[in-house]
Design a binder for this molecule. Structure first.
Ligand code: NAD
Length: 483
């Protein structure tokens, strides 16, 4: 491991934590310790916010073109190094190398997109009610921002926040997930190499959120908090953010329905289901958690799904051809096991998987086999809570009206998918689903230019497109009189 990966990145320098304490980063595929890194605490976080505040005004005042060029350069440097960055990600997270490369490619796409958006933060002039007045509305950087991110996409979750913040003219302090801090520190390295001024990006890993989050939440200089993670923590941050009235962007949990009508292109639906279910071993907020299949096609669809999932290759993400890596930690496997056990106790049948793999070499990692459950019903745990694992429960349904009602019967509203060849139904169901993101005959909804985000308890705010930058800008109204 490269030497900077064991430090905090504050004021453009790789620093030890003020306490001198460290914590381990572990490879989930075999339980081995990869490295021990500096463990940030309240004092480190205060230094990071001080530095971000000191850098803020100059960064916001720079011409948009200059900010844009630094973003572009950072993406170029990272792209030239993508294989090594992917290896670091796979080591700390477990996902197959091809998925790590894919995540970096997508995440860097956000940096490139926001490099362009930086130059298009337009304002507006509005006709006034008198001859001697003009009305202007100008967007301005909101100030110091903080990103708190989860482990499931160690690089992407940071890049899409950071690109938008930098484009808007905001400095940013990143508190990455304790399980995957190395990919975050790599981002500090390539932005620093690209010429990002010291203090504009600060990275403070910490073994426990409670060491640093009270400092973030109490500090009135932090104007924007962008959080991706669980709904439970999102609600805590919303309450705590009220004290200093922070602008909040919350990308929270999901429980995506995936609906296959009997007039669907079944081959397409099957391919897209496997892609969206098995990416990241099912550990995504947009993963297909409830697979609704219309009754007449359910037996055939389920048989083909079982065939495909049981043939997937499980193993170390660093090995060529592996499609399914480990889950992130032991408790993640236990959660999947509890959901499957509850479903079976309530009448579901395991058609494939439903257990940890038997291969001896996988014994020290957090592996779980791709699993299909038939006969799932809405009262099961798996129908209500995020499983965050490689399990596809099949729920049968009869009518469109019924399936839309059942799909909407969730506190979450992040992503939903449905497959049909009926064009009228495409419009009806797209409009009826209470979700922030809908895939109509599409399971691959990721796009840097689109507004990604949730409704209901899946959060507030949008990432991507011009919406992403707007999360980091305030609109100022200037009333210009005496002309
Ligand atoms: P988590 O909420 O436990 O942790 C996310 C981050 O918050 C981590 O950095 C963690 O250290 C920090 N954190 C935890 N408690 C905190 C507190 N009290 N105050 C401040 N920070 C705190 O979530 P996770 O387990 O890392 O990630 C999985 C969750 O994230 C799932 O619910 C998933 O659906 C959600 N997620 C949502 C999106 C989205 O875009 N909507 C994307 C990916 C993941």
């Amino acid at each position: 491991m490269t030497d900077y990966l064991d430090r905090l990145f504050i004021d453009g320098e790789w620093q030890q934590s003020s306490s001198g304490e460290t914590f381990p980063v572990v490879n989930p595929a075999d339980g081995s310790e990869l490295i021990r890194i500096a463990d940030g605490d309240a004092e480190d976080m205060t230094r990071a916010i001080d530095g971000a505040e000191a850098a803020q005004a100059d960064w916001a005042a720079r011409p948009a073109l200059e900010r844009s060029q630094i973003l572009r350069r950072a993406a170029e440097i990272a792209r030239a190094d993508i294989d090594r960055l992917a290896a670091v990600m796979t080591a700390e997270h477990g996902k197959p190398l091809a998925q790590s490369v894919g995540e970096l490619d997508y995440g860097l796409g956000f940096i490139e997109w926001f490099a362009e958006e930086a130059r298009r933060a337009y304002g507006t002039t509005i006709p006034s009610t008198s001859r001697d007045k003009r009305i202007l509305a100008i967007p301005q950087a909101a100030g110091v921002s903080v990103a708190i991110t989860p482990w499931n996409f160690p690089s992407l979750q940071i890049l899409r926040k950071l690109g938008a913040a930098l484009a808007a003219g905001c400095s940013m302090v990143v508190k990455p997930a304790a399980l995957t801090p190395l990919s975050a520190l790599e981002i500090g390295r390539f932005f620093s190499e690209a010429g990002l001024p010291a203090g504009v990006l600060q990275i403070v890993p910490s073994s426990r959120a409670s060491r640093v989050s009270p400092t973030i939440m109490a500090d009135g200089r932090v104007r924007v908090l962008s959080f991706t993670g669980s709904t439970e923590v999102g609600k805590i941050l919303m309450r705590e953010g009220a004290t200093t009235m922070k602008r909040l962007s919350l990308e929270l949990g999901g429980h995506a329905p995936f609906i296959v009508f009997d007039d669907a292109d079944v081959d397409l639906a099957l391919d897209q289901l496997i892609a969206v279910k098995m990416r990241n071993m099912g550990q995504t907020c947009v993963s297909a958690n409830r697979v609704f299949v219309q009754r007449s096609i359910a037996p055939d669809f389920t048989r083909r799904l079982v065939e495909r999932l049981s043939a997937m290759r499980i193993g170390f993400g660093s090995e060529e051809g592996v499609e399914v890596g480990p889950l992130i930690e032991a408790s993640a496997v236990e959660k999947v096991e509890s959901h499957v056990a509850d479903a079976v106790a309530s009448g579901a049948t395991v058609l494939t998987g439903g257990k940890r793999p038997e291969a001896e070499e996988l014994g020290r990692g957090h592996f779980y086999e791709p699993t299909v459950l038939a006969g799932a019903t809405d009262d099961m745990l798996i129908a209500r809570d995020e499983t965050f694992g490689p399990v596809a429960p099949i729920f049968e349904f009869d009518t469109e009206e019924e399936v839309v009602r059942r799909a909407n019967n969730s506190p979450y509203g992040l992503a939903a998918y449905f497959f049909t060849r009926d064009v009228n139904r495409v419009v009806r169901v797209s409009e009826a689903l209470e979700y922030g993101t809908v895939g109509a005959n599409d399971g691959t909804i990721s796009a840097v230019q689109a507004p990604f985000g949730g409704v209901k308890e899946s959060g507030i705010g949008r990432e991507g497109g011009h919406w992403g930058v707007e999360e980091y800008m305030d609109v100022k109204y200037i009333s210009l009189a005496g002309l």
